[in-house]
Design a binder for this molecule. Structure first.
Ligand SMILES: Cc1ncc(COP(=O)(O)O)c(C=O)c1O
Length: 389
C-alpha cells in the first residue's frame, strides 16, 4: 500500500512499545517493575468518579457542543485565572484528551514547509503532529544543567523566516524540568521579534514540587494573542482513560479548532465533562495529597539513582519523571533500557524515545509505589554490579 508522506515517519510511542514487551515477559512468568508509562498509579479521585456515574444516570450520554459544555469552559477559565491566565470561556476548546488539542492548532495554522521548533528530548507526539500537519520539525536541544530548559542561543540560532511556531512543555516530559520565568521572558521576546506562535503544553502544571510553581508564558505582557495553552485532566486528576483535555487559544483560532473538533471527533463525552467540572472545583486537597506523595517518591528515587555508580540525575522540579544521565556507563541508551528490562526486570525508556538529543539518558516514571521504586533500585544496582560493561 502507498501511504501519504505525512504519516510515513510515524512510529509507535516508546512507552506503549515497552509496556507491550514487559507484558510479554510477564506472560512468560517474569516479574517486572513498571516504570515505563507516564500514568498516575492512583485511582481517579472518588468525587470525580461519583459525578461521572451520576452524569451517566442523568443522561449526559448524548452528542453535545463540539467545543465543550459552556459551564466546563467557564470553570476552566476561572481555574486558569488562579495561575495568572486571563481568558474568556469563548477561548476554551474542550476535547477528548490533550492530544487532539496538540494536533488541531497545528492543523489550523501550518502551511506546507512551515517550521516548528520543539524540545528534544520531548514528548514524541510533538514531532509526529508537526509532520501530520505538513510542517517541518526543528528540534531544539535541552540543557541538563539548566533545569532542562532551552539553550536560548541554540533556540535563537534555529529561528528562520519560516518559523511559524514554538512548542514549550513545562513541567516537561521526559525531563521533569520547569522553565524559569526569566527564560520565558527571553522566549516571549523572541516570539514577538520574529512573529511566531507558542504552543505551551502545561499538562503537568499542577505537579510541581518544593512549593514551586510553573509559570505560563501566556501570562506575560502582550503574549495572549500568540500563545496556545494545552492542558488536560489525565495527569493531575488520574483521569488518563476518561479522555478530557482542553486548549486556551486566541478567539479566531478557537473557532477553527472548534470546527476541527466537529469534523474529527464530534464532541467529548458529556459525562466525562461533568466529572471534569468536579475535578477543577472540588479536588484541590486530593491534588495536594498526590503532589506530596510524588515528591516523597522523587526524593527517594532520584537520591538513590545518584548513589549508583555511573549514574547522575538532576532533581526534577515537576511531573513524575526522572531523567538520569547514564552516559558514563558507556552503553547506548536503547541497549541499556532493553537490558534493564530483559536482564533486571525493570521497564524504563531510552532517552532516544524522546528524540536524538536523548542519547545518554533513561526515563523512569516514578508514578509507582515506594515498594516498587525500592525494588527497581535494588535490581538496577544488582545489574550494574554484575555487568561487565
Ligand atoms: C507532555 C504531554 N502532553 C500531552 C500528553 C497527552 O495527555 P492526554 O492523556 O490528555 O491526551 C501527555 C501524556 O503522556 C504528555 O506527557
Amino acid at each position: 500500500m502507498n501511504f501519504a508522506p505525512r504519516i510515513q515517519n510515524l512510529r509507535p510511542e516508546g512507552a506503549y512499545r515497552v509496556m507491550g514487551l514487559a507484558q510479554e515477559l510477564e506472560r512468560e512468568g517474569r516479574n517486572i517493575v513498571h516504570l515505563e508509562i507516564g500514568q498516575p498509579d492512583f485511582s481517579t479521585f472518588n468525587a470525580i468518579s461519583e459525578e461521572g456515574k451520576h452524569a451517566i444516570d442523568a443522561g449526559f450520554t448524548r452528542y453535545n457542543p463540539s467545543e465543550g459544555f459552556g459551564d466546563l469552559r467557564e470553570a476552566i477559565a476561572r481555574f486558569s485565572e488562579k495561575r495568572g491566565i486571563r481568558a474568556r470561556p469563548s477561548q476554551v476548546a474542550v476535547g477528548p484528551g490533550a492530544k487532539p488539542l496538540l494536533l488541531f492548532p497545528l492543523l489550523a495554522l501550518l502551511e506546507n514547509g512551515d517550521e516548528v521548533l520543539y524540545p528534544d528530548p520531548g514528548f514524541p507526539s510533538y514531532k509526529a503532529d508537526i509532520e501530520i500537519a505538513g510542517g517541518v520539525p526543528i528540534p531544539v536541544p535541552l540543557v541538563e544543567t539548566a533545569s532542562f530548559s532551552f539553550d536560548l542561543q541554540a533556540l535563537a540560532d534555529r529561528i528562520t523566516p519560516r518559523t511559524k511556531l514554538l512548542i514549550l512543555n513545562s513541567p516537561a516530559n521526559p525531563t521533569g524540568g520547569v522553565i524559569p520565568e526569566s527564560d520565558l521572558r527571553a522566549i516571549a521576546a523572541l516570539a514577538q521579534k520574529h512573529d511566531f506562535y507558542v504552543l505551551s503544553d502545561e499538562i503537568y502544571a499542577r505537579l510541581v514540587y518544593d512549593s514551586g510553581n510553573a509559570p505560563s508564558i501566556y501570562a506575560l505582557p502582550g503574549m495572549e494573542d500568540r500563545v496556545i495553552i494545552v492542558d488536560g485532566f489525565s495527569k493531575s486528576y488520574a483521569m488518563t482513560g476518561w479522555r478530557l483535555g482542553y486548549a486556551i487559544l486566541p478567539d479566531a483560532l478557537a473557532e477553527k479548532v472548534g470546527l476541527l473538533l466537529t469534523h474529527a471527533v464530534g464532541c467529548t463525552a458529556g459525562f466525562t465533562q461533568r466529572a471534569g467540572i468536579v475535578a477543577l472545583e472540588q479536588c484541590d486537597a486530593e491534588v495536594a495529597e498526590i503532589v506530596s506523595q510524588y515528591q516523597e517518591r522523587r526524593d527517594y528515587f532520584v537520591g538513590a539513582l545518584n548513589r549508583l555508580p555511573g549514574i547522575r540525575c538532576q532533581n526534577p522540579e515537576g511531573a513524575f519523571y526522572a531523567f538520569p544521565n547514564v552516559s558514563d556507563l558507556g552503553i547506548p541508551s536503547t541497549t541499556l533500557a532493553e537490558r534493564l528490562l530483559n536482564e533486571a526486570g525493570v521497564a524504563c525508556l531510552s532517552g532516544t524515545d524522546f528524540g536524538e538529543f536523548g542519547e545518554g539518558y533513561l526515563r523512569f516514571s516514578y508514578a509507582n509505589s515506594m515498594d516498587q521504586l525500592r525494588e527497581a533500585i535494588e535490581r538496577i544496582e544488582r545489574f550494574l554490579s554484575e555487568t561487565d560493561r
